[in-house]
Design a protein around this ligand. Structure first.
Ligand code: AR6
Length: 173
């Protein structure tokens, strides 16, 4: 089965979904951008769980994902994944970004999640080119075979990403 794809413009902390994905950094201790917004809106519970995970298994490597509860957010879980910092190496960066989506979806599948929302990972502070990032995100989500996930939402915060996703998804569904 393949999940339905939806595009929303807005703030991912407001999304009612079983899981929202966070574009974190490997420290798992929070930061700016969507990471800052999620920790601010979700409260201390999320950071406490991130610290416990860090103490157990160390930092989160680029492309990998871990899960916490969602504190005060309307979602049930937050899946934290670490996108690549853009350094011009398209091949390596693309693989790592694809891993973020793959590993987040695998985690979600294991948690019986029906609805999951993604931000545009790496396209802010990490400066990954937006169009390339969108192509990778859509490709991974469309190729993901699932028994559980019914809907995958791309939450675009900025107009540029929204326009890119709109254009790329136009002919697809
Ligand atoms: N809801 C949805 N999307 C958002 C929100 C929001 N509330 N706020 C920003 N975005 P970024 P990165 C979009 O910078 O590039 C942090 O410090 C934003 O417009 O949040 O993966 C982490 O701790 C952009 O399209 O994440 C890391 O150190 C997208 O989210 C580093 O930034 C990703 O932008 C990660 O950088």
């Amino acid at each position: 089965m393949k999940a339905l794809i939806e595009l929303i413009k807005g703030d991912i902390t407001k999304i009612q979904a079983d899981a929202i994905v966070n574009a974190a950094n490997s420290s798992l201790l929070g930061g700016g951008g969507v990471d800052g917004a999620i920790h601010r809106a979700g409260g201390k519970q999320i950071l406490d769980e991130c610290i416990q995970i860090r103490n157990r298994q160390g930092k989160c490597k680029t492309g990998e994902a871990i899960v916490t509860s969602a504190g005060n957010l309307p979602a049930t879980y937050v899946i934290h994944t670490v996108g690549p910092v853009w350094n011009g190496d398209e091949e390596k960066g693309s693989k790592l970004l694809a891993n973020c989506y793959k590993n987040s979806l695998k985690l979600a599948e294991g948690l019986d999640i029906k609805k999951i929302a993604f931000p545009n990972i790496s396209t802010g502070i990490y400066h990954f080119p937006k169009e390339l990032a969108a192509k990778i995100a859509i490709n991974e989500v469309q190729n993901f075979q699932t028994k559980k996930i019914e809907k995958i939402i791309f939450v675009c915060f900025d107009e540029e990403n929204e326009a890119i996703y709109n254009e790329l998804l136009k002919d697809k569904q």
